[in-house]
Design a protein around this ligand. Structure first.
Ligand code: V4E
Length: 222
């Protein structure tokens, strides 16, 4: 099972130009993605940050990692990144969804990609459906993918994504995302920019603290 570590960013007209300028960046193609998202009318799944979708005829479930579930967001949250487990095995998806919905009766239906009777048995309905035009790029040597998405409801968004295995090196993934964001010139949050401009000392101390360099922090305070 893989864990997707990703950071979203707002695309501007310059983003494509910047991507072309970054050395080692390879365009890996364009595609139209049609997604349908499902939940119960009571939002059993999405209220638990679980996202069940059908994409290109296949089922996928994005759900929080164990750390996220236990509230230990760690550096991922601090660095504007999200992490989700991606489950693509239909029997496992079925099991996880059933666990959450706590459906008493067993779903007697088979759960092949074609047989969708399990949806109605678990009271799952489609609550969102849209198509995305996606252009993907990769920084091959880094294992980083950058997607520029244009949704059919008029929204543009970019994402920098690194896939790791469950229990894999999340720090390395975050660092790759940070470096790519830097190369793309994606700015951080308002407070980051404000502090960097107006109170650089405060900014540096926060960053030393964030990256766990307590020694550096003590040294800096002197
Ligand atoms: C996880 C999630 C949702 C499911 C869709 O995920 P998203 O990354 O938006 O879609 P997409 O098309 O880029 O999927 P990919 O092709 O990368 O697999 S919808 C909302 N969430 C939760 C969520 C969140 N809590 N915070 C942020 C910043 N993004 C998403």
């Amino acid at each position: 099972m893989s864990v997707e570590v990703e950071r979203k960013f707002s695309c501007s007209a310059d983003t494509l130009k910047k991507l072309e300028e970054i050395g080692g960046m390879l365009c890996v193609g364009q595609q139209q993605i049609h997604d349908q998202y499902f939940d119960t009318p009571e939002f059993h799944l999405t209220l638990r940050d679980m996202w069940l979708r059908k994409r290109k005829g296949c089922w996928e479930l994005k759900c929080p990692t164990a750390e996220a579930q236990s509230g230990k967001q760690g550096e991922a949250a601090a660095s504007l990144c999200t992490r989700y487990k991606e489950i693509t095995s239909l029997p496992e998806i079925h099991l996880r969804v059933k666990e959450v919905i706590k459906q008493d009766r067993e779903s007697e239906a088979g759960f092949s990609q074609e047989d969708e009777s399990w949806l109605s048995k678990l009271d799952l309905v489609c609550f969102a459906e849209f198509t995305t035009a996606r252009r993907s790029f990769t920084l091959k040597e880094e294992g980083v993918q950058i997607d520029l998405d244009q949704a059919d409801f008029g929204y543009h968004v970019g994402e920098i994504e690194v896939l790791i295995s469950e229990g894999g090196d999340e720090q390395a993934a975050l660092e790759k995302i940070r470096k790519t964001a830097e190369k793309l010139g994606i700015l951080k949050g308002k407070m980051d920019v404000y502090l960097k401009r107006n109170h650089p000392e405060h900014y540096i101390i926060l960053h030393l603290y964030k990256y766990g360099n307590k020694k550096g922090l003590i040294y800096y305070k002197r």
